[in-house]
Unconditional design. Structure first.
Length: 338
């Protein structure tokens, strides 16, 4: 019986030791400054330790009257003096979620504890007073952080970042970002889904998941209606030529909408032609090219080459025939004067 009693006592002691490895809640305070006074068993302390073990995050509330700069640091192997790494401090407030390397004011904050065995809050710069700390340790992933308000109520923040549910305004999308899919409601009849104007309501989609508008008159408000200018369209075709030739006359507000070139029928020789801005000068077509040279194989006919639509050719268009015998067709539009 005595041996059994000893076993029970040892089991209870081991269970108690295991439970103490991670704090669910811890309160305390610290004063002073610097790592030299940051010893858990020494008073007055310049920091406060929170043992987190496998926790996901720690939220803490600072209060009291003090003037100092408070840092958060974590250690993956406990209390080793050379193993502490700086942790970002996230400020939790109504409608706000900001991040900084330290804090100098009372408030509710959170730090990520993943991979850490111990978290400590340390005064890196100290003037006066005592920093009072209430800390809560959570096993939840960092994407959801809990905080206690001064009245004891539970507050939740989704965090901000690639692996958090929250995203910052204007942040660029990156493949693999974590988020929550927005659900819409099938609404074939586009019936009202909320009680009054200004109420929250789901997006309405049809059976295929497409957003739409109810049939009927759609009032888009007052708009200006712009009429396109009246235009005359002209088509031109050249004869089979082996020399530079004018194709489109110089007419104000003319735009080229289409052109094609082919080699004259039954001509067993390669041909090359370039369409250029302007009309012949001394029987030579020498303006800026409308595109790359067209290379036509022997007996190649009906080979359409479509230009950039709407090219301004008010100065006219000519054909620069550098080899062979070609035929070119164009379509132009003359716009009304602006």
């Amino acid at each position: 019986m005595r041996g059994m009693t000893r076993c029970v006592v040892v089991a209870v002691m081991l269970a108690s030791a295991g439970a103490a490895a991670q704090d669910a809640f811890k309160s305390g305070n610290f004063t002073g400054a610097g790592a030299s006074t940051c010893v858990e068993a020494t008073l007055p302390r310049g920091c406060m330790y929170v043992h987190v073990s496998a926790a996901g995050s720690v939220t803490f509330r600072l209060s009291g009257t003090w003037s100092a700069t408070v840092l958060a640091e974590g250690s993956p192997d406990g209390d080793a003096a050379d193993a502490w790494v700086a942790l970002d401090i996230h400020t939790i407030a109504t409608g706000a979620w900001t991040m900084a390397a330290s804090t100098t004011a009372n408030g509710t904050y959170a730090v990520a504890a993943t991979g850490m065995k111990t978290i400590r809050l340390r005064a890196s710069a100290y003037t006066s007073g005592t920093v009072v700390v209430d800390a809560w340790i959570h096993s939840d992933p960092w994407s959801v952080v809990y905080a206690r308000a001064a009245d004891g109520s539970l507050q939740v923040s989704t965090g901000v970042g690639a692996l958090s549910l929250g995203k910052a305004e204007d942040a660029a999308h990156v493949s693999g970002d974590v988020g929550v899919m927005s659900l819409a409601v099938r609404n074939d009849a586009y019936a009202a889904r909320s009680g009054a104007d200004g109420d929250y309501t789901p997006l309405a989609v049809d059976s295929a998941g497409r957003l739409g508008l109810a049939a009927g008159t759609l009032n888009i408000g007052n708009v200006d209606v712009v009429s396109f200018p009246a235009a005359a369209t002209a088509n031109a075709a050249s004869a089979a030529v082996a020399v530079d030739t004018d194709l489109v006359a110089a007419v104000a507000n003319t735009r080229l909408t289409f052109w094609e070139c082919s080699e004259a029928a039954a001509v067993a020789a390669a041909a090359t032609v370039i369409l250029r801005h302007g009309v012949l000068a001394a029987a030579v077509c020498a303006g800026n090219a409308l595109g790359a040279p067209i290379e036509l194989a022997p007996n190649e006919t009906g080979d359409p080459r479509i230009s950039e639509r709407g090219v301004a050719v008010a100065s006219g268009v000519c054909m620069d025939v550098t080899a062979g015998t070609v035929i070119c067709n164009t379509a132009t539009v003359v716009e009304a004067a602006p």
